[in-house]
Structures are given as structure tokens and as C-alpha cells.
Write a protein that binds this ligand. Structure first.
Ligand SMILES: *[C@@H]1O[C@H](CO)[C@@H](O)[C@H](O)[C@H]1NC(C)=O
Ligand SMILES: *[C@@H]1O[C@H](CO)[C@@H](O)[C@H](O)[C@H]1NC(C)=O
Ligand SMILES: *[C@@H]1O[C@H](CO)[C@@H](O)[C@H](O)[C@H]1NC(C)=O
Ligand SMILES: *[C@@H]1O[C@H](CO)[C@@H](O)[C@H](O)[C@H]1NC(C)=O
Ligand SMILES: *[C@@H]1O[C@H](CO)[C@@H](O)[C@H](O)[C@H]1NC(C)=O
Ligand SMILES: *[C@@H]1O[C@H](CO)[C@@H](O)[C@H](O)[C@H]1NC(C)=O
Ligand SMILES: *[C@@H]1O[C@H](CO)[C@@H](O)[C@H](O)[C@H]1NC(C)=O
Length: 440
């Protein structure tokens, strides 16, 4: 009989219950849609009170990530602190894990790139073991600067020989866009897979397995540290851009399982053949390796560029290669670079990059991250000064030291390095040093 009264009582109760959440909702929408003009900026206590409450209510039925997103505009500092603390935890975890750093390639400009690799990769993860796989040439003496690397596991410097090409390889690979044809690709693949072999031999010898393998190039100049966020279990991380129709293969990071597949560049060629894949360049075969073996990959921008002595037309158009100024803010994700006085900045970069085919040599350029060189000629006169000005005293000093290295100091440095290396497979220091330095 008193049904309506009951109902209205119920309504009133419900209404009372609804008041606090409603006020919070209004509060949230105000703060969410006007992050810069925070209406509560002078009411810090109210803010924290409301936030504390709304947080506990929301936590009951909104996932914690959603909560973080909603409060991002106002809980800036808190979010930032949490992000930093997550990074620190991740870093601590990485510092406790086993990491192999695989460094491959020729030492041509290692006096410029080496110190940045030591600083931004090896010293960031001082628990990591270094594996160097490189051909012997007149620049190999520059590897003596690695005597300062935190941990040296295995060094192999070998006399390069032609690699016989199989029919399968001739079918699967293309010489197109490779400066030294299919042989050039095979030499490069051999460097990479040879590094994996060094790592696997070392694992067997030492009776453990690595959690992570970082593959990077001798000619990479790093202008920032390798961040913990790039270590993603079960995925292979590569940089975006410079993908030449496939995947950028200038850097890669993954756990042991994904890395074994990513680094098996020669031995997986028959698998690509049986998958019916032909005429691949380095990048497309790299991508095919991962997709046919079902390794998920993702791209993350990384703070390095590949220092190159090659000349490229300027301005680049379509499928041609842009050359970044080494002074670019970055991250350059492995784009080609050289030390130069930038020929193109701001609007010019937007114009030039807009004319490049995106799936090829193109790289991310927004927000003033990229400046371009006119790389149509040799490195400019006085590039040393340009370089030193960009990298600062420490790396500049190392450049000068290596350039002025005497035969005796080179041999002495290698002796120190050999002493610190577990597996050393290279010609005698005397021989390596003599190839690049005259006795004096
Ligand atoms: C909140 O909603 C989700 C579905 O979106 C549900 O699974 C969960 O049980 C709810 N939590 C509470 C505390 O009601
Ligand atoms: C909020 O964070 C962004 C990016 O982290 C930053 O640019 C902005 O200045 C911050 N705002 C306040 C009020 O701290
Ligand atoms: C390696 O590990 C195996 C199994 O745990 C053990 O039997 C062997 O003795 C170890 N060898 C070395 C050199 O530590
Ligand atoms: C790696 O691969 C092996 C065998 O293929 C598998 O047993 C193991 O679970 C994998 N490990 C990870 C971390 O995925
Ligand atoms: C430029 O900066 C904005 C704001 O920090 C960011 O959201 C955007 O992704 C950046 N773009 C590029 C291409 O880096
Ligand atoms: C690039 O440099 C070359 C050689 O210094 C010069 O001849 C050419 O005009 C330059 N190109 C542009 C677009 O500035
Ligand atoms: C190499 O190590 C040994 C023993 O640890 C030491 O006596 C020797 O001086 C070292 N040589 C060099 C060149 O560092």
C-alpha cells in the first residue's frame, strides 16, 4: 500500500549515495578537459582529498591504467615519479640478468663511435659481456680502445675471405642496393651469425645462458643511453625507419630465443627459400626471417646513427638516402650520419623528408630531431672540430688519442685488453697495430 512512499525513500537514498561520485565525475571532467588551467591549483589539500577518494572508488571498477590516464593531466608529478620508479625497477632487474652485447663490423671510424658505445651501452649495463666480431683491416687497431669496456667475453678478429655463394643464396638474395652484391650480404650475414656462434660457444663453455642479446654495429654513434624500456620479453626490438621494404636491421634486441632467430642470418636462408621467398635484400630477408619463424617484433626509436663515409646525392629524393648531421638531436634510429655543418634544418627537413619514399630510407624527423648534411662530397674540411664540438671533451679527447696512437701504445693497450678478455681469437697485437700505424 505504501508503495510510492517506499519508492521515493529508495530514490532519496539512491540520490544521497550518488552525490559524492557525481561531484567527483564533474571534477574529473573539469580537470581532464582543461589540464593547463587547473581550477584547483590553489586548493592542494582539496585536490589531494578528492583524488584520494576518487582513486579508491575508481580502483574498484576501472583498471589501474585507465585511472592513470584519467589523472595524467593533474597528477603529472606522481605519474612521472611512478614512471621513473618503474624504469628504475626494470633497470635493477636488467642489472641482475645476463646480457650479451654483440658488436659487429669494420672499425673504419671506431675512434668516433667506440667511446659512445662504451658509454651508452656497455657502461649502462656493466654486467653485460662484450662479444666483438670483426674483419682484420688497417683500422682494426682502433679496437684497442675497448680495453676500457666493463666486461670482455670474446673477441674474434679474422682475415676476411670470399664466402662461396650457394644456389639457394643466389635465389633468395638480390644484389640490388648492396654495394658489394650478394657477396657483400653474405659477408655481413656471416659477421652477424658468427657473433651468435661466439655467444653460443661461450654459453657452453661457461655453463649458463644469456637472458638478453643486444646486437649493435661498430659504426654506430650513440648520443644517448640504451633505455630499459627496449627490453621486451618474447619480442624482437628494432628501430623504425631505414627499413628498405623490410625491417631496419641496424640494431636488434631480444631475449635468447628471439635473438637466436634474428641473428641466424645465413642458416635460415634455406627456410626462406622453402617459403618461396626470393630476391630479398638485407632488410626484407631479415623481416622474412622473423615472420616465417613467428617471432613478434616491434619498433622503438633509438638514439644512434650509422657513421658513413659514403657520398650521397643532396637533396635526396624518392629512394635515395638522407644523411643526418651527427649533431641532430635524435633519436635517429640508425639513419646514416656524418659530422657536418648542417645544410638543411627546420622547414627544409620537412620538405626533403616529404619527398622520400616512406618504406625505404626514410626516417622519423619530427620536432626538430633531424638536421641534414649535404653529403655529396667527402667529409668537410675541419669536420674534426665539428665533431669535437658536438660530442664534448671526453669523446673528442678519445678521438685525438686514437688518432695520435703510437705503435707501442697500441700494442700495450691490446695487451691490457687481451688480459681482460676470456676468449681471444685474433692476430697478435703487433700485427693488428702495424697494419694501421707506422712505427715511431
Ligand atoms: C569492474 O568491472 C569489470 C568489468 O569491466 C568486472 O570484471 C569487475 O569485476 C568489476 N569490479 C568490481 C569491483 O565490481
Ligand atoms: C606534465 O607532463 C608533461 C609531459 O611529461 C610536461 O610537458 C608538462 O610540462 C607537465 N605539466 C606540469 C604542470 O607539470
Ligand atoms: C655444467 O653444468 C652441468 C649440469 O649442471 C654439470 O654437470 C657440469 O659439471 C658443469 N660444468 C662446468 C664446467 O661447470
Ligand atoms: C625458449 O625456447 C625453448 C625451446 O624452444 C622453450 O622451451 C622456452 O620456454 C623458450 N623460452 C622463453 C623465455 O620463451
Ligand atoms: C613530437 O612531440 C610530441 C609531444 O612531445 C609527441 O607527441 C610526438 O609524438 C612527437 N613527434 C615526433 C615525430 O617525434
Ligand atoms: C652540395 O654540395 C656540393 C659540393 O659542395 C655543391 O656543389 C652543391 O651545390 C650542394 N647542393 C646543395 C643543394 O646545396
Ligand atoms: C696481465 O695480467 C697479469 C696477471 O693478472 C699481470 O701480472 C700482468 O701485468 C697483466 N699484463 C698487462 C699488460 O696488463
Amino acid at each position: 500500500m505504501n508503495f510510492t512512499k517506499k519508492l521515493s525513500n529508495l530514490d532519496r537514498r539512491n540520490f544521497l549515495i550518488l552525490i559524492p561520485p557525481l561531484s567527483i565525475l564533474i571534477f574529473i571532467s573539469i580537470s581532464f578537459f582543461s589540464p593547463s588551467t587547473n581550477p584547483f591549483s590553489s586548493f592542494a589539500p582539496i585536490r589531494s582529498f578528492l583524488l584520494g577518494r576518487s582513486n579508491s572508488i575508481l580502483n574498484n571498477n576501472v583498471s589501474s591504467t585507465a585511472t592513470a590516464t584519467i589523472f595524467l593531466p593533474m597528477r603529472n608529478e606522481t605519474v612521472e615519479i611512478r614512471r621513473r620508479s618503474r624504469t628504475r625497477m626494470k633497470k635493477d632487474e636488467l642489472l641482475r640478468s645476463r646480457i650479451a652485447v654483440c658488436l659487429v663490423g669494420g672499425a673504419r671510424r671506431f675512434e668516433l663511435t667506440g667511446p659512445s658505445i662504451v658509454e651508452n651501452i656497455l657502461k649502462q649495463y656493466p654486467n653485460s659481456d662484450l662479444f666483438l666480431h670483426s674483419p682484420l683491416d688497417k683500422n682494426a687497431f682502433k679496437f684497442s680502445l675497448l680495453k676500457t669496456a666493463p666486461k670482455l667475453a670474446s673477441v674474434r678478429i679474422f682475415e676476411p675471405k670470399p664466402i662461396p655463394e650457394t644456389e639457394t643464396e643466389a635465389r633468395v638474395l638480390t644484389a640490388h642496393n648492396s654495394p658489394n652484391g650478394i657477396q657483400g650480404l653474405l659477408q655481413y650475414f656471416n659477421l652477424v651469425e658468427g657473433c651468435l656462434t661466439l655467444i653460443q660457444n661461450y654459453q657452453n663453455q661457461q655453463n649458463f645462458t644469456y637472458d638478453w642479446i643486444i646486437r649493435t654495429r661498430v659504426d654506430g654513434y650513440w648520443n644517448g643511453p640504451l633505455h630499459p624500456k627496449n627490453f621486451i620479453p618474447g619480442h624482437y626490438t628494432v628501430p623504425p625507419g631505414s627499413s628498405y621494404g623490410g625491417l631496419n636491421d641496424r640494431f636488434g634486441l631480444g631475449d635468447l630465443n628471439t635473438s637466436v632467430i634474428a641473428l641466424s642470418r645465413l642458416s635460415l636462408i634455406p627456410k626462406l627459400d622453402s617459403a618461396g621467398l626470393h630476391q630479398l635484400n638485407s632488410e626484407t630477408s631479415f623481416k622474412a626471417q622473423l615472420t616465417t619463424q613467428r617471432v613478434p617484433f616491434l619498433t622503438k626509436r633509438l638514439p644512434f646513427c650509422v657513421v658513413s663515409d659514403r657520398k650521397y646525392d643532396f637533396p635526396p629524393v624518392g629512394f635515395s638516402v638522407p644523411v643526418a648531421a651527427l649533431s641532430s638531436r635524435g633519436p635517429l634510429s640508425g639513419a646514416k650520419c656524418r659530422p657536418c655543418t648542417a645544410a638543411c634544418r627546420g622547414g627544409c627537413v620537412a620538405e626533403v623528408m616529404g619527398r622520400l619514399y616512406k618504406g625505404w630510407s626514410w626516417t622519423e624527423w619530427g620536432n626538430g630531431t633531424l638536421e641534414l648534411c649535404n653529403a655529396s662530397e667527402e667529409w668537410e674540411k675541419g669536420w674534426e672540430k665539428v665533431f669535437d664540438g658536438v660530442v664534448g671533451e671526453k669523446f673528442g679527447g678519445e678521438r685525438k688519442r686514437v688518432e695520435g696512437l703510437s705503435l707501442k701504445n697500441c700494442v700495450d693497450d691490446f695487451e691490457v685488453m687481451i688480459n681482460r678478455t676470456v676468449v681471444w681469437e685474433a692476430p697478435l697485437p703487433e700485427k693488428i697495430c702495424r697494419m694501421g700505424l707506422k712505427a715511431h
